[in-house]
Design a protein around this ligand. Structure first.
Ligand code: B12
Length: 285
């Protein structure tokens, strides 16, 4: 015999009327009941969780169509905690399912604060992707699917205009450095903190970044470096370049350290993104 809840029981459990549940099922395909031999629908605990998830989004002001889109396909459980989002995105990456990676990322952005999405979803996600890739458990293509999906979403936020009540900041990756996702997060966090941010991105000739900083009378040039192998090049490119007065050069990223900062005549900052933003506030003018 098929176990599970009939529609009345599902309605009772979730507080959503049976008519509404039927409409959600038919129109948005968000439930996946099994059938009894007699053809009656039977709903599972997963369906209960999905309806509860949708109700919570409606309570936050989403329309049902938007919430259903965020929830994604009916055959996967809705992620709630940051850890569940990370696992769900990794599972989708393993399947090579780029649509699902996107839906899961959008869910994370919809459910959590930017701070939590950056620190508790994207950061650990990319760490795990790196570890799995290194161990040969994720292919380069699967890794690219995740990092490109993340980049696309961060790109929207980086592109938002606004900011400027603090100072101007130019943000660039070191020459030949293509790891830019951490710097994009910093750009978004600084803009939200009121900076005017010129995000220059990957693989930047630093004399050009310095010229831009000069033109903007920027208070900050933030340089991101992830690869040890790029440190020497970074040092060379900054050594002889003229620096605008009042410009603070700050290095960060996985290959940055106090030693690297000393070699390029800058400061080193690390730690949680919100701490970095607070420390940089002191530099604004
Ligand atoms: C995504 C990724 C890529 C993508 C990058 C896509 C993109 N558009 O950014 C691509 C595919 C391009 C890539 C390429 C390569 N990668 Co890669 N990549 C990664 C991966 C999986 C994630 C990196 C990431 O985004 N991390 C998440 C962010 C949020 O962390 P973060 O950068 O540290 O940023 C945080 C802080 O450091 C800080 N921060 C960052 N910048 C700045 C700047 C300032 C001023 C401040 C204050 C703070 C700050 O803010 C962030 C918030 O916490 C890592 C794995 C890992 N463990 O990190 C490997 C990894 C970094 N890559 C690695 C390697 C080897 C490569 C390649 C050489 C591979 C190859 N053979 O081609 C190339 C090099 C390309 C190049 N020239 O740069 C190695 C590096 C080893 C090493 N220590 O040198 C890693 C560690 C993978 C591994 N486990 O081996 N990679």
């Amino acid at each position: 015999m098929t176990r599970g809840l009939n529609i009345a029981a599902l309605a009772q459990r979730t507080g959503v009327a049976p008519d509404t549940l039927r409409k959600w099922e038919q129109r948005y395909g968000i439930l996946q009941p099994e059938r009894t031999p007699g053809g009656q629908r039977r709903y599972s605990e997963r369906d209960v969780a999905r309806v509860e998830w949708l109700r919570a989004r409606l309570g936050e002001g989403y329309r049902i169509g938007e919430a259903a889109l965020l929830l994604g396909k009916a055959d996967v459980p809705a992620a709630r905690t940051p850890g569940e989002h990370v696992d769900a995105i990794l599972a989708a990456a393993t399947e090579g399912d780029v649509g699902e990676i996107g839906v899961r990322l959008d869910q994370a952005f919809a459910l959590h604060s930017l701070d939590a999405v950056f620190g508790d979803v994207i950061d650990p996600l990319l760490q795990k992707v790196g570890t799995l890739w290194q161990a040969g458990q994720l292919s380069v293509v699967q890794e690219h699917l995740v990092s490109e999906s993340v980049r696309a979403r961060l790109g929207h936020l980086v592109g938002d205009s606004g900011g400027g009540i603090r100072g101007a900041a130019v943000l660039a990756c070191a020459p030949n450095e293509r790891h830019e996702l951490g710097l994009m997060m910093l750009a978004i966090a600084l803009r939200n903190d009121g900076w005017y941010v010129a995000y220059v991105g990957a693989d930047t000739p630093l004399e050009d970044a310095l010229a831009l900083a000069d033109r903007l009378s920027a208070a900050l040039l933030g340089i991101s470096i992830s690869l040890q192998a790029r440190i020497e090049e970074l040092e060379t490119s900054l050594r002889d370049a003229a620096r605008p007065a009042g410009l603070e050069v700050v290095v960060g990223g996985a290959a940055a350290s106090p030693e690297v900062a000393a070699r390029v005549g800058g400061r080193y900052l690390a730690g949680e993104l919100h701490e970095t933003v607070e420390q940089l506030r002191a530099l604004a003018h």
